[in-house]
Design a protein around this ligand. Structure first.
Ligand SMILES: NC(=O)c1ccc[n+]([C@@H]2O[C@H](COP(=O)([O-])OP(=O)(O)OC[C@H]3O[C@@H](n4cnc5c(N)ncnc54)[C@H](O)[C@@H]3O)[C@@H](O)[C@H]2O)c1
Length: 282
């Protein structure tokens, strides 16, 4: 069901790879809500992903860019303004990658070249995007920029590795640039801290199956899925949230404010019985 929340708005969606990607769902939802959009991703992602299908469904042009390269980002904003017919109203940064995670380097044995890449791709690219757009004056007054984060920015979570540091930096950039954009351009910058979600990036996290079960049990409303995240993004792009800025907004079914839940306690009790039983056997 469409509420026409983004009618007449122009947006850029970075990071749709395949139909599991959060950015994919955001693109579809933004289009459904009346926006015209462009899509951007790396050449490799475009070659190996399914973004052509999304572009066709959303009547969107695909613009190749490595988000760590400012010249590529300038081109995305320039070309988007050209094809969409004016300045941009909303931007989604849905980009993350860690070579340390991919190559199974643990946090106490990081490869620092990989770490630099993690930070550049997953966090500094957000600053680059904002700075490029700022210098070009590419975003309309009351525009909205959202990047996707994760609670490992605040809490230690097993297996999230150097992506936790990247998310902490990402959220800090949203605050620091949010102040400048708000003060000078009336543009809002926020991060959404999303539940674990089964996407290509999400599947790379160590023990993701157990993590999903744990957060599902701990969250009174259950895990938020990619479609629900898209719905939330659209509200932040809309005119209904004009005074929300510099925030890290949890979209996690309540997980971030829980300590222990009955459903998690049940599993813990069960395992404890097994442990005690095992001990008795010894
Ligand atoms: N899946 C989860 O559990 C989860 C939870 C919280 C936050 N997030 C965040 O959501 C965002 C989207 O991830 P997703 O889960 O949809 O996975 P995804 O794998 O579908 O998306 C990640 C995207 O990043 C793109 N990317 C990587 N390097 C890039 C570069 N140099 N330039 C431009 N794009 C590049 C990839 O091509 C891909 O499209 C990420 O920031 C991720 O950390 C994911």
């Amino acid at each position: 069901m469409s509420y026409n929340l983004l009618k007449g708005k122009r947006g850029i969606i970075f990071g749709a790879l395949d139909n599991k990607s959060i950015a994919w769902k955001v693109a579809e939802k933004a289009f459904e809500e009346g926006a015209s959009i462009t899509l951007s991703n790396t050449a490799t992602a475009i070659r190996f992903g399914q973004i052509d299908e999304l572009a066709e469904n959303c009547n969107a042009e695909i613009i190749i860019a490595d988000a760590t390269k400012t010249e590529d980002l300038s081109h995305v904003f320039e070309r988007s303004m050209e094809v969409l017919g004016g300045k941009i109203d909303f931007v989604l940064h849905s980009i993350g990658m860690s070579l340390n995670v991919r190559k199974k380097r643990v946090y106490s044995d990081l490869d620092y070249n990989f770490l630099n890449k993690t930070l550049d791709i997953s966090a500094v690219s957000f600053h680059k995007m904002l700075q490029v757009a700022y210098k070009m004056d590419a975003i309309n007054e009351w525009g909205s920029v959202v990047a996707l984060s994760y609670i490992a920015a605040q809490r230690a979570l097993y297996g999230y590795n150097d992506m936790a540091d990247a998310k902490a930096l990402l959220e800090s950039i949203a605050r620091s640039f949010g102040y400048i954009y708000g003060r000078e351009r009336k543009i809002r910058i926020n991060t959404i801290s999303q539940s674990p979600t089964l996407t290509t990036a999400g599947s790379g996290v160590k023990g993701v199956g157990s993590l999903l079960d744990f957060t599902e049990r701990m969250s009174p409303l259950g895990n938020a899925d990619a479609q629900e995240c898209a719905n939330y993004c659209v509200t932040l792009f809309s005119d209904l949230t004009r005074k929300v800025t510099m925030q890290n907004l949890y979209h996690d079914g309540g997980f971030s404010n829980m300590g222990m839940s009955l459903r998690a306690m049940h599993v813990y009790d069960k395992n404890l019985e097994n442990i005690i039983d095992d001990e008795k056997k010894d």
